[in-house]
Write a protein that binds this ligand. Structure first.
Ligand SMILES: Cc1cc2nc3c(=O)[nH]c(=O)nc-3n(C[C@H](O)[C@H](O)[C@H](O)COP(=O)(O)OP(=O)(O)OC[C@H]3O[C@@H](n4cnc5c(N)ncnc54)[C@H](O)[C@@H]3O)c2cc1C
Length: 318
Protein backbone atom coordinates (compact mmCIF):
# COMPACT_ATOMS: atom_id res chain seq x y z
CA UNK A 1 0.00 0.00 0.00
CA UNK A 2 1.18 3.51 -0.81
CA UNK A 3 1.02 6.56 1.42
CA UNK A 4 -0.06 8.92 -1.35
CA UNK A 5 -1.10 8.74 -4.99
CA UNK A 6 -1.03 11.88 -7.12
CA UNK A 7 -3.29 11.69 -10.17
CA UNK A 8 -2.18 14.05 -12.96
CA UNK A 9 1.15 15.63 -13.93
CA UNK A 10 0.35 19.27 -14.73
CA UNK A 11 1.79 22.08 -12.56
CA UNK A 12 -0.55 21.12 -9.68
CA UNK A 13 0.32 17.41 -9.57
CA UNK A 14 4.05 17.93 -10.12
CA UNK A 15 4.30 20.63 -7.45
CA UNK A 16 2.47 18.34 -5.03
CA UNK A 17 4.90 15.56 -5.99
CA UNK A 18 7.95 17.78 -5.28
CA UNK A 19 6.66 18.70 -1.82
CA UNK A 20 5.56 15.14 -0.97
CA UNK A 21 8.86 13.65 -2.13
CA UNK A 22 10.80 16.19 -0.07
CA UNK A 23 8.64 15.22 2.94
CA UNK A 24 9.80 11.59 2.47
CA UNK A 25 6.31 10.38 1.54
CA UNK A 26 7.43 8.55 -1.66
CA UNK A 27 4.52 9.70 -3.85
CA UNK A 28 3.34 7.59 -6.78
CA UNK A 29 2.41 9.93 -9.62
CA UNK A 30 0.07 8.82 -12.42
CA UNK A 31 0.76 10.69 -15.62
CA UNK A 32 -2.48 10.40 -17.56
CA UNK A 33 -2.82 10.81 -21.31
CA UNK A 34 -1.15 14.21 -21.29
CA UNK A 35 2.10 13.91 -19.29
CA UNK A 36 3.05 17.42 -18.18
CA UNK A 37 -0.51 18.69 -18.63
CA UNK A 38 -1.86 21.59 -20.66
CA UNK A 39 1.37 23.60 -20.80
CA UNK A 40 2.91 20.91 -23.01
CA UNK A 41 0.50 22.09 -25.72
CA UNK A 42 1.79 25.65 -25.77
CA UNK A 43 4.92 27.45 -26.83
CA UNK A 44 6.26 30.33 -24.74
CA UNK A 45 5.11 30.87 -21.12
CA UNK A 46 5.92 34.43 -20.08
CA UNK A 47 4.09 34.73 -16.75
CA UNK A 48 5.52 31.89 -14.66
CA UNK A 49 7.72 33.61 -12.06
CA UNK A 50 11.43 32.90 -12.18
CA UNK A 51 11.91 33.01 -15.94
CA UNK A 52 12.54 36.64 -16.94
CA UNK A 53 12.99 35.69 -20.60
CA UNK A 54 10.01 33.29 -20.57
CA UNK A 55 10.26 29.52 -20.96
CA UNK A 56 8.73 27.04 -23.40
CA UNK A 57 5.77 25.20 -21.82
CA UNK A 58 7.13 21.67 -22.42
CA UNK A 59 10.53 22.65 -20.95
CA UNK A 60 8.93 24.11 -17.82
CA UNK A 61 6.98 20.92 -17.26
CA UNK A 62 10.01 18.73 -17.92
CA UNK A 63 11.93 20.72 -15.31
CA UNK A 64 9.14 20.25 -12.75
CA UNK A 65 9.11 16.51 -13.38
CA UNK A 66 12.90 16.22 -13.02
CA UNK A 67 12.69 18.18 -9.76
CA UNK A 68 10.09 15.72 -8.40
CA UNK A 69 12.13 12.70 -9.58
CA UNK A 70 15.26 14.09 -7.94
CA UNK A 71 13.60 13.76 -4.53
CA UNK A 72 12.19 10.28 -5.17
CA UNK A 73 8.72 10.71 -6.74
CA UNK A 74 7.85 7.60 -8.77
CA UNK A 75 6.00 8.08 -12.07
CA UNK A 76 3.57 5.60 -13.66
CA UNK A 77 2.28 5.69 -17.24
CA UNK A 78 -1.40 5.33 -17.89
CA UNK A 79 -4.57 6.92 -16.71
CA UNK A 80 -7.08 6.28 -13.96
CA UNK A 81 -10.27 4.59 -15.04
CA UNK A 82 -12.08 4.49 -11.71
CA UNK A 83 -11.67 5.04 -7.99
CA UNK A 84 -13.20 3.60 -4.84
CA UNK A 85 -13.04 6.03 -1.93
CA UNK A 86 -15.80 4.26 0.05
CA UNK A 87 -13.34 2.09 1.98
CA UNK A 88 -9.76 2.29 3.24
CA UNK A 89 -7.20 2.01 1.88
CA UNK A 90 -8.53 3.89 -1.16
CA UNK A 91 -8.44 1.98 -4.43
CA UNK A 92 -7.49 3.52 -7.75
CA UNK A 93 -7.87 1.40 -10.89
CA UNK A 94 -5.68 2.14 -13.88
CA UNK A 95 -6.66 1.49 -17.49
CA UNK A 96 -5.79 -2.19 -18.04
CA UNK A 97 -7.09 -3.16 -14.60
CA UNK A 98 -4.11 -2.61 -12.27
CA UNK A 99 -5.37 -1.57 -8.83
CA UNK A 100 -3.27 0.73 -6.62
CA UNK A 101 -4.04 1.11 -2.92
CA UNK A 102 -3.24 4.23 -0.96
CA UNK A 103 -3.89 5.94 2.34
CA UNK A 104 -4.42 9.29 0.61
CA UNK A 105 -5.05 10.58 -2.92
CA UNK A 106 -4.38 13.96 -4.53
CA UNK A 107 -6.60 14.74 -7.52
CA UNK A 108 -4.92 17.10 -10.01
CA UNK A 109 -6.48 16.09 -13.31
CA UNK A 110 -7.08 19.60 -14.67
CA UNK A 111 -9.87 20.99 -16.82
CA UNK A 112 -9.82 20.86 -20.60
CA UNK A 113 -10.76 23.91 -22.63
CA UNK A 114 -13.57 23.22 -25.06
CA UNK A 115 -12.68 23.70 -28.69
CA UNK A 116 -14.81 24.29 -31.77
CA UNK A 117 -13.59 21.15 -33.55
CA UNK A 118 -13.09 22.93 -36.88
CA UNK A 119 -10.24 22.56 -39.39
CA UNK A 120 -7.17 24.69 -38.69
CA UNK A 121 -7.94 24.98 -34.98
CA UNK A 122 -5.85 22.33 -33.16
CA UNK A 123 -2.78 22.71 -35.38
CA UNK A 124 -2.66 26.44 -34.55
CA UNK A 125 -3.12 26.26 -30.76
CA UNK A 126 -0.29 28.41 -29.36
CA UNK A 127 0.31 29.83 -32.85
CA UNK A 128 -2.61 32.21 -33.20
CA UNK A 129 -5.37 30.13 -31.62
CA UNK A 130 -5.76 30.37 -27.85
CA UNK A 131 -8.20 29.55 -25.07
CA UNK A 132 -6.65 31.89 -22.49
CA UNK A 133 -6.58 35.68 -22.81
CA UNK A 134 -4.64 36.11 -19.56
CA UNK A 135 -1.96 33.76 -20.90
CA UNK A 136 -1.69 34.95 -24.49
CA UNK A 137 -3.22 38.45 -24.79
CA UNK A 138 0.15 40.12 -24.38
CA UNK A 139 1.43 38.44 -27.57
CA UNK A 140 -1.19 40.35 -29.60
CA UNK A 141 -0.32 43.98 -28.92
CA UNK A 142 -1.54 46.18 -31.76
CA UNK A 143 -3.29 43.27 -33.53
CA UNK A 144 -6.84 42.43 -34.58
CA UNK A 145 -8.49 39.60 -32.67
CA UNK A 146 -11.60 37.44 -32.69
CA UNK A 147 -13.22 35.95 -29.59
CA UNK A 148 -15.60 33.05 -30.21
CA UNK A 149 -18.38 32.54 -27.66
CA UNK A 150 -21.49 34.17 -26.24
CA UNK A 151 -21.19 33.59 -22.51
CA UNK A 152 -19.71 35.56 -19.62
CA UNK A 153 -16.22 34.23 -20.20
CA UNK A 154 -16.26 35.34 -23.86
CA UNK A 155 -17.31 38.86 -22.80
CA UNK A 156 -14.63 38.92 -20.11
CA UNK A 157 -11.89 37.65 -22.46
CA UNK A 158 -12.92 40.19 -25.14
CA UNK A 159 -12.85 43.10 -22.71
CA UNK A 160 -9.46 42.02 -21.37
CA UNK A 161 -8.03 41.65 -24.88
CA UNK A 162 -8.94 45.24 -25.79
CA UNK A 163 -6.01 46.25 -23.53
CA UNK A 164 -3.69 44.92 -26.23
CA UNK A 165 -5.60 44.63 -29.50
CA UNK A 166 -6.64 47.46 -31.81
CA UNK A 167 -9.98 45.73 -32.33
CA UNK A 168 -11.72 42.64 -30.91
CA UNK A 169 -14.69 41.06 -32.68
CA UNK A 170 -16.98 38.72 -30.75
CA UNK A 171 -18.21 35.87 -32.93
CA UNK A 172 -21.27 33.96 -31.82
CA UNK A 173 -23.45 31.49 -33.68
CA UNK A 174 -26.72 32.97 -32.42
CA UNK A 175 -28.18 36.47 -32.41
CA UNK A 176 -28.71 36.34 -28.62
CA UNK A 177 -25.87 36.08 -26.13
CA UNK A 178 -25.86 33.75 -23.11
CA UNK A 179 -23.81 36.22 -21.07
CA UNK A 180 -25.31 38.05 -18.10
CA UNK A 181 -26.71 41.51 -18.84
CA UNK A 182 -23.98 43.27 -16.90
CA UNK A 183 -21.24 41.51 -18.89
CA UNK A 184 -23.01 42.18 -22.20
CA UNK A 185 -23.44 45.84 -21.32
CA UNK A 186 -19.78 46.16 -20.43
CA UNK A 187 -18.75 44.63 -23.77
CA UNK A 188 -21.25 46.76 -25.71
CA UNK A 189 -19.91 49.91 -24.08
CA UNK A 190 -16.34 49.06 -25.10
CA UNK A 191 -15.62 50.95 -28.31
CA UNK A 192 -12.90 48.53 -29.37
CA UNK A 193 -15.36 45.62 -29.46
CA UNK A 194 -17.21 44.71 -32.69
CA UNK A 195 -19.82 42.01 -33.17
CA UNK A 196 -20.24 39.18 -35.66
CA UNK A 197 -23.39 37.52 -34.38
CA UNK A 198 -25.34 34.75 -36.06
CA UNK A 199 -22.10 33.40 -37.57
CA UNK A 200 -21.07 29.74 -37.37
CA UNK A 201 -17.28 29.21 -37.31
CA UNK A 202 -16.16 26.87 -40.11
CA UNK A 203 -12.36 27.02 -40.32
CA UNK A 204 -9.31 28.83 -38.93
CA UNK A 205 -7.64 30.14 -42.06
CA UNK A 206 -3.87 30.61 -42.29
CA UNK A 207 -1.57 32.33 -44.76
CA UNK A 208 1.01 30.43 -46.75
CA UNK A 209 3.68 30.74 -44.01
CA UNK A 210 1.24 29.35 -41.42
CA UNK A 211 0.30 32.67 -39.79
CA UNK A 212 -3.36 32.92 -38.76
CA UNK A 213 -5.31 35.08 -41.22
CA UNK A 214 -8.79 34.81 -39.76
CA UNK A 215 -11.87 32.70 -39.31
CA UNK A 216 -14.12 31.43 -42.07
CA UNK A 217 -17.74 31.61 -40.89
CA UNK A 218 -21.19 30.95 -42.26
CA UNK A 219 -23.56 33.89 -42.00
CA UNK A 220 -26.64 32.11 -40.68
CA UNK A 221 -28.97 34.85 -41.93
CA UNK A 222 -28.11 34.49 -45.62
CA UNK A 223 -26.12 31.22 -45.63
CA UNK A 224 -23.06 32.74 -47.36
CA UNK A 225 -19.50 32.14 -46.19
CA UNK A 226 -17.34 35.05 -45.02
CA UNK A 227 -13.75 35.48 -43.88
CA UNK A 228 -13.39 37.46 -40.65
CA UNK A 229 -9.80 38.68 -40.85
CA UNK A 230 -7.71 38.67 -37.66
CA UNK A 231 -4.25 37.88 -36.31
CA UNK A 232 -5.55 35.66 -33.53
CA UNK A 233 -8.62 33.63 -32.56
CA UNK A 234 -9.55 33.18 -28.89
CA UNK A 235 -11.97 30.34 -28.28
CA UNK A 236 -14.00 31.08 -25.13
CA UNK A 237 -16.73 28.46 -25.01
CA UNK A 238 -15.95 26.98 -21.60
CA UNK A 239 -13.96 24.23 -19.90
CA UNK A 240 -14.68 20.65 -18.90
CA UNK A 241 -13.14 19.49 -15.60
CA UNK A 242 -11.60 16.03 -15.90
CA UNK A 243 -13.67 14.35 -13.19
CA UNK A 244 -15.78 11.76 -15.05
CA UNK A 245 -13.54 8.90 -13.87
CA UNK A 246 -14.45 9.76 -10.25
CA UNK A 247 -18.02 8.58 -10.78
CA UNK A 248 -19.34 10.80 -7.99
CA UNK A 249 -16.78 9.52 -5.42
CA UNK A 250 -16.14 13.11 -4.31
CA UNK A 251 -18.51 16.07 -4.28
CA UNK A 252 -18.51 18.24 -7.40
CA UNK A 253 -20.47 21.33 -8.39
CA UNK A 254 -23.10 21.34 -11.14
CA UNK A 255 -20.37 21.68 -13.82
CA UNK A 256 -18.29 18.78 -12.47
CA UNK A 257 -15.58 20.83 -10.68
CA UNK A 258 -14.43 19.26 -7.41
CA UNK A 259 -15.65 21.20 -4.38
CA UNK A 260 -12.98 21.91 -1.75
CA UNK A 261 -13.28 23.47 1.67
CA UNK A 262 -12.53 27.20 1.13
CA UNK A 263 -8.88 28.05 1.67
CA UNK A 264 -7.81 24.37 1.68
CA UNK A 265 -7.57 21.45 -0.75
CA UNK A 266 -9.78 19.14 1.34
CA UNK A 267 -12.63 17.39 -0.44
CA UNK A 268 -15.66 15.92 1.30
CA UNK A 269 -13.74 12.61 1.65
CA UNK A 270 -11.14 12.77 4.46
CA UNK A 271 -7.75 11.91 2.93
CA UNK A 272 -8.68 12.91 -0.62
CA UNK A 273 -7.40 16.31 -1.76
CA UNK A 274 -7.88 18.30 -4.97
CA UNK A 275 -5.69 20.99 -6.52
CA UNK A 276 -5.23 22.90 -9.77
CA UNK A 277 -7.77 23.55 -12.50
CA UNK A 278 -9.93 20.56 -11.55
CA UNK A 279 -11.20 22.56 -8.54
CA UNK A 280 -10.66 26.09 -9.88
CA UNK A 281 -13.44 27.80 -11.80
CA UNK A 282 -11.83 31.20 -11.51
CA UNK A 283 -8.08 31.55 -12.06
CA UNK A 284 -6.93 28.54 -14.14
CA UNK A 285 -3.27 29.57 -14.30
CA UNK A 286 -0.10 27.52 -14.04
CA UNK A 287 1.07 29.44 -10.98
CA UNK A 288 -2.23 29.07 -9.11
CA UNK A 289 -2.30 25.37 -10.03
CA UNK A 290 1.26 24.98 -8.70
CA UNK A 291 0.36 26.95 -5.54
CA UNK A 292 -2.61 24.74 -4.79
CA UNK A 293 -0.44 21.66 -5.50
CA UNK A 294 1.84 22.80 -2.68
CA UNK A 295 -1.22 23.25 -0.44
CA UNK A 296 -2.50 19.75 -1.27
CA UNK A 297 0.85 18.19 -0.38
CA UNK A 298 0.96 20.04 2.94
CA UNK A 299 -2.68 19.16 3.71
CA UNK A 300 -1.88 15.54 2.90
CA UNK A 301 1.16 15.51 5.20
CA UNK A 302 -0.98 16.88 8.00
CA UNK A 303 -3.65 14.25 7.40
CA UNK A 304 -1.09 11.41 7.43
CA UNK A 305 0.43 12.56 10.71
CA UNK A 306 -3.07 12.53 12.20
CA UNK A 307 -3.30 16.22 12.98
CA UNK A 308 -6.09 17.20 10.57
CA UNK A 309 -9.64 17.76 11.76
CA UNK A 310 -12.11 17.14 8.94
CA UNK A 311 -15.01 19.51 9.60
CA UNK A 312 -16.75 19.40 6.23
CA UNK A 313 -19.88 21.46 5.79
CA UNK A 314 -20.07 21.49 1.97
CA UNK A 315 -21.94 19.15 -0.38
CA UNK A 316 -21.30 15.38 -0.34
CA UNK A 317 -20.68 13.10 -3.35
CA UNK A 318 -23.43 11.21 -5.14
C1 LIG B 1 -2.59 26.37 -24.86
C2 LIG B 1 -2.52 26.80 -23.41
C3 LIG B 1 -1.67 27.80 -23.03
C4 LIG B 1 -1.59 28.18 -21.70
N1 LIG B 1 -0.72 29.17 -21.35
C5 LIG B 1 -0.59 29.51 -20.06
C6 LIG B 1 0.36 30.50 -19.67
O1 LIG B 1 1.05 31.08 -20.50
N2 LIG B 1 0.44 30.78 -18.35
C7 LIG B 1 -0.34 30.17 -17.40
O2 LIG B 1 -0.21 30.46 -16.21
N3 LIG B 1 -1.25 29.25 -17.75
C8 LIG B 1 -1.39 28.89 -19.05
N4 LIG B 1 -2.32 27.97 -19.41
C9 LIG B 1 -3.18 27.39 -18.36
C10 LIG B 1 -2.39 26.31 -17.60
O3 LIG B 1 -1.85 25.42 -18.53
C11 LIG B 1 -3.30 25.57 -16.64
O4 LIG B 1 -3.89 26.48 -15.74
C12 LIG B 1 -2.51 24.53 -15.84
O5 LIG B 1 -1.85 23.64 -16.70
C13 LIG B 1 -3.42 23.74 -14.91
O6 LIG B 1 -2.63 22.81 -14.24
P1 LIG B 1 -3.24 21.48 -13.60
O7 LIG B 1 -2.06 20.80 -13.01
O8 LIG B 1 -4.37 21.80 -12.75
O9 LIG B 1 -3.83 20.64 -14.82
P2 LIG B 1 -3.32 20.23 -16.27
O10 LIG B 1 -2.13 20.99 -16.70
O11 LIG B 1 -4.53 20.26 -17.10
O12 LIG B 1 -2.86 18.71 -16.06
C14 LIG B 1 -3.81 17.72 -15.84
C15 LIG B 1 -3.10 16.37 -15.74
O13 LIG B 1 -4.04 15.37 -15.35
C16 LIG B 1 -3.87 14.22 -16.13
N5 LIG B 1 -5.13 13.49 -16.15
C17 LIG B 1 -6.36 13.89 -16.56
N6 LIG B 1 -7.27 12.89 -16.41
C18 LIG B 1 -6.59 11.84 -15.87
C19 LIG B 1 -6.95 10.52 -15.48
N7 LIG B 1 -8.20 10.04 -15.61
N8 LIG B 1 -5.96 9.71 -14.99
C20 LIG B 1 -4.71 10.15 -14.83
N9 LIG B 1 -4.31 11.41 -15.18
C21 LIG B 1 -5.24 12.21 -15.70
C22 LIG B 1 -3.41 14.76 -17.48
O14 LIG B 1 -2.72 13.73 -18.22
C23 LIG B 1 -2.47 15.89 -17.04
O15 LIG B 1 -1.19 15.36 -16.78
C24 LIG B 1 -2.42 27.57 -20.73
C25 LIG B 1 -3.31 26.55 -21.12
C26 LIG B 1 -3.36 26.16 -22.44
C27 LIG B 1 -4.31 25.06 -22.86
Amino acid sequence: MHKVLVIGTGPAGLTAAIYLARANLSPIVIEGLEPGGQLTTTTEVENFPGFPEGIMGPELMDNMRKQAERFGAEFRNGWVEQVDFSKRPFQVTLEGGQVLESETVILSTGASAKYLGIPGEQENVGRGVSTCATCDGFFFRGKKLLVVGGGDSAMEEANFLTRFATEVTIVHRREELRASKIMQDRAKANEKIRWALNRTPLEVVTEEGGKVKGLKVRNNAGGQEELLEADGVFVAIGHTPNTKFLGGAVATDEHGYIVVKPGTTETNVPGVFACGDVQDTRYRQAITAAGSGCMAAMDCEKFLEGSMVHDWSGPTGS
